[in-house]
Ligand binder design. Structure first.
Ligand SMILES: *[C@@H]1O[C@H](CO)[C@@H](O)[C@H](O)[C@H]1NC(C)=O
Ligand SMILES: *[C@@H]1O[C@H](CO)[C@@H](O)[C@H](O)[C@H]1NC(C)=O
Ligand SMILES: *[C@@H]1O[C@H](CO)[C@@H](O)[C@H](O)[C@H]1NC(C)=O
Length: 444
């Protein structure tokens, strides 16, 4: 009875004329109430109470969303605060040094000064980030207030303004959704890890989860080797995967090429061996539902990543949908990015980069930006990025720890906000830190 949720529900029921018979918590800690319905059926009251209950539920849902938001951003926030204080520290050190004319001439000093100048544009982004964090606590406060209003309703059951309350909830909900979508996309700043999940298979392979699946469904798919294989292994969960408890295997009708497959919304997308055909295989029906050639795409080690392995055509998914990354003769062997329609595999739009595919270690897409590493070996870093939103590129310098010296797969999963990697027979996960570069009236 002292349980908060049962208290609130109780309050509500008593208030609308129901009699509470008994109340307790069941074995799972859920609230259990036995209630006796009111004798006289007051229709309008019933409708109103239903609406109220819905509002209450909405508020609880929003609280949960905010918790998720908070968790997601806390990690980034710590990193950002640390970085900000580092920049500030460097700046004050620099000012001290500037008073010493001899130091001013050294090369180290000039280099340091150059670095700080480079970092300067980040300051407004840091400010924006802090504003976002404030926004979240503002939401929390508003939700707290709404809950208070709901709790206070017993005193004014007849009189209170339901319309107004509903308006407040709707507006809050909209703003929250907006805020979430802004905070979930951003620019890659840092990669941490890897966390080794398992050691299995050959040096080359792929493993993944479905970013479109609900958070409860965490099936893992496993595709060992880059050639001469068509067996996909499925595991019910990450822990089953670690324990090696398979739930199903699928035998694909065609062999795959490379390790650059992706599972998206219940289908496996892969490159058919010795062709530039993209295959969509539905796990549910156990059939190939679509096949389509990727016009002009090089295949069969014409334009692979640095490690070879028929890795010519890389399929991937991000927050914005499904993508193919490959190279063509027309673009002089440089990387081409195409957005694909998930059902028909038609190319919706394409972008030509100037980064040679054969000089790319791996690539992955986050929020419509392609990130390219410069090697599959030790010392690899994310070296180049191409934004499909602005059709512009940038050189970057984001280290990635290649713990087992050979990387044959690296793909972003938007749901987990992680990079899945196949690191020399180890299945690894990296975390990413995204910077939320925000324009306030964004379409997102
Ligand atoms: C709250 O969330 C649950 C589960 O996501 C959903 O079924 C329900 O409709 C939501 N309630 C409201 C009022 O939005
Ligand atoms: C990634 O983040 C999650 C949640 O914050 C944490 O549990 C995990 O250890 C992190 N993994 C790596 C590789 O940093
Ligand atoms: C995912 O699949 C479901 C059911 O097949 C479909 O309704 C939904 O539109 C698909 N989502 C995307 C993003 O393709």
């Amino acid at each position: 009875m002292s349980h908060k949720c049962s208290f609130l529900i109780l309050f509500f029921l008593v208030n609308i004329g129901w009699q509470v018979y008994s109340s307790a918590q069941d074995a799972d800690g859920r609230c259990v109430c036995t209630v006796v319905a009111p004798q006289q059926n007051l229709c309008s009251r019933d409708a109103k109470s239903r609406q109220l209950r819905q509002l209450w539920e909405k508020i609880q849902n929003m609280s949960q969303s905010i918790e998720v938001l908070n968790l997601r951003t806390q990690r980034d926030f710590q990193y950002i605060m640390k970085m900000e204080s580092q920049i500030k520290g460097l700046r004050s050190k620099l000012r001290q040094m500037e008073s010493n004319r001899r130091v001013l001439l050294t090369k180290n000093f000039q280099e340091l000064k150059g670095k700080i100048d480079e970092l300067q544009p980040l300051m407004p982004v840091l400010e924006q980030y802090k504003t976002d964090a404030k926004l979240i606590s503002q939401f929390q406060e508003e939700i707290r207030q709404l809950s208070m209003v709901l709790m206070g309703i017993q005193e004014e059951m007849g009189a209170y303004d339901y319309e107004e309350l509903q308006q407040r909830v709707i507006s809050l909900e909209g703003r929250l959704r907006n805020c979430m979508s802004r905070l979930t996309c951003g620019k890659l700043m840092k990669i941490t890890g890897p966390n080794t999940i398992k050691t299995s298979g050959t040096r080359f392979g792929a493993w993944m989860t479905d970013p479109q699946a609900s958070t409860k469904n965490n099936k893992v798919w496993y595709m060992d080797s880059y050639t001469n294989n068509k067996i996909v292994r499925e595991y019910k969960s990450m822990s089953d995967f670690i324990a090696g408890v398979e739930s199903r295997t699928y035998s694909l009708p065609f062999h795959w090429a490379g390790t650059n497959h992706v599972v998206y919304n219940g289908s496996l997308y892969y490159n058919k061996y010795q062709s530039n055909i993209v295959v969509r295989y539905s796990f549910e029906s156990g059939r190939v539902v679509t096949q389509r050639a990727l016009e002009s795409a090089g295949f069969h080690n014409v334009y692979p990543y640095t490690w070879g392995g028929f890795s010519d055509i890389d399929l991937m998914a991000d927050e914005l949908g499904l993508w193919a990354v490959y190279a063509t003769n027309q673009n002089a062997g440089n990387i081409v990015i195409s957005q694909l329609e998930p059902h028909t595999l038609q190319v919706l739009a394409s972008w030509n980069t100037e980064y040679s595919k054969r000089n790319a270690g791996e690539s992955f897409m986050i929020c419509g930006t392609l990130y390219i590493t410069n090697s599959h070996l030790t010392g690899a870093k994310v070296y180049y990025s191409y934004s499909t939103k602005t059709s512009t590129y940038e050189y970057t310098d984001i280290p990635i720890h290649n713990q087992y010296f050979h990387m044959s797969m690296l793909d972003y999963n938007a749901r987990d906000r992680a990079l899945y990697g196949w690191n020399n027979g180890h299945q690894v996960l990296f975390n990413v830190t995204l910077f939320h570069v925000i324009k306030s009236n964004d379409d997102s």
